[in-house]
Design a protein around this ligand. Structure first.
Ligand code: UD1
Ligand code: UDP
Length: 373
């Protein structure tokens, strides 16, 4: 029996690895699968674990308030040593591009395990944007033995870096697995958070959902973002902005300072995944710098303004459902107004596109390893 260790630490990794954990658990006669969370995030990670019913076998509990990249990286590598020596996995699975991803890949390499990279091959080719994620995923791509690429374009990126074609599998993105499962469940489950949101959402207004957290936007970027949101809210009283604010103090502080007290802007705590999926479904459009939301929104037919200068997810931009606006205050305002007023443009952008998979990415990954046995 092969031993799998699935390692993750932040909210988006948890959402995107949960379907894989559950798929491996369905095949327990073939794989001994354990979950290790670094808890690079704490509350935002626990929200996801609760919803998907995942109880970690190892919890490194590393998050510190306003943590920095140096100590987080060192802590992950040092603390994983014990787990790797205890469980001795054959395969270690990491996801995407966080500090957990990069540091866990290095630790797994030291242990002699094979490294499996889920959501492999995304690139901007700009090492400072997104920072530090572009370098995290390049390092992980260099170390990994197996690359599960969500799209053909991500496979091409890996081939250009001389990754052996037989180690790359195009699977779609596991985020669609999670979204399909959750969209169905939110219709039927009793959920206090959704009940509360129903009282917050103004049914007579167009809902703009906002999220943001990227490090390269900290400081001036977030100030310009908040100024744009303030102008949109003040000049469009028929619009309601709901913004679940990321817990990173570099985000929370400016956002609450600059946007509190405006009637049609509601600042709320991060939502658990089902409530966020419900709210995405209610929205007219989404403004975000998130990677995952860029992938989910096209599946739900929601136009997205992406507050970044460059994206490693060109598929939705090409399909026309996503527009890059950077943190340019005027551009954010202009594109939002255009989508609010130009119904034809809105209809075209919201026509359903899903370039990121069929909801079977996790199944494809597990099948690959069933055939490898
Ligand atoms: C991290 C990832 C980023 C990912 C993002 C998803 C790195 C370097 N960054 O960014 O790639 O896109 O998560 O959200 O890996 N905090 C809490 N509670 C939580 C989560 C965060 O209080 O549940 C606060 C803490 O003060 C923490 C800080 O946010 O120190 C920053 O967390 P960190 O994981 O270092 O960076 P993020 O900006 O969340
Ligand atoms: N999300 C959530 N609650 C929120 C905001 C986002 O569950 O309040 C989900 C969202 O659906 C997506 C993921 O979190 O799947 C994106 O996380 P984030 O933007 O923090 O990270 P990124 O995807 O940019 O790495």
């Amino acid at each position: 029996m092969k031993k799998n260790l699935i390692v993750f630490g932040t909210r988006p990794e948890a959402i995107k690895m949960a379907p894989l954990v559950n798929e491996f658990k369905k095949n327990a006669e073939f794989f001994d699968t354990r979950v290790c969370v670094t808890a690079q995030h704490r509350e935002m990670l626990d929200q996801v674990l609760d919803f998907f019913g995942i109880v970690p076998d190892y919890d490194l509990d590393l998050m510190k308030p306003n943590q920095n990249l140096y100590s987080l990286t060192a802590d992950i590598i040092l603390n994983l040593q014990e787990v790797l020596e205890d469980f001795k996995p054959d395969y270690v699975y990491v996801h995407g591009d966080t500090t957990t991803t990069m540091a866990a890949s290095i630790a797994a390499f030291y242990s002699g395990a094979q490294i499996c990279h889920v959501e492999a091959g995304l690139r901007t080719h700009n090492k400072r944007a997104p920072f530090p994620e572009e370098i995290n995923r390049q390092i992980t791509g260099r170390i990994a033995d197996y690359h599960f690429a969500p799209t053909e374009a991500s496979r091409e990126n890996l081939l250009k870096e001389n990754v052996s074609p037989e180690t790359i599998v195009v699977t779609g993105n596991t985020v669609i697995d999670a979204l399909m499962d959750s969209s169905k469940r939110v219709e039927t489950i009793e959920n206090e958070e959704i009940a509360k949101l129903k009282t917050l959402v103004n049914p007579n207004a167009k809902l703009i959902l906002v999220t943001g957290h990227r490090r390269e936007n900290h400081g001036d970027g977030f100030i310009r973002i908040c100024e744009a949101l303030r102008e949109i809210a003040i000049t469009h009283t028929d619009v309601q902005i709901i913004y679940p604010v990321h817990l990173n103090p570099n985000v929370k502080k400016p956002v609450y300072e600059l946007l509190s007290g405006i009637d049609n802007i509601k600042l709320i705590d991060p939502l658990a995944y089902p409530a966020f999926v419900w709210l995405m479904n209610q929205s007219y459009m989404i403004i975000t710098d998130s990677g995952g939301v860029q992938e989910e929104a096209p599946s739900l037919g929601k136009p997205v303004l992406v507050m970044r200068d460059t994206t490693e997810r060109p598929e939705a931009v090409k399909a026309g459902t996503v527009i890059l606006v950077g943190t340019n205050r005027d551009l954010i305002v202009r594109e939002t107004k255009s989508l609010l007023q130009d119904h034809k443009r809105y209809e075209i952008m919201s026509g359903l596109h899903n370039p990121y998979g069929d909801g079977k990415a996790s199944e494809k990954i597990v099948k690959f390893f069933l055939n490898e046995r």
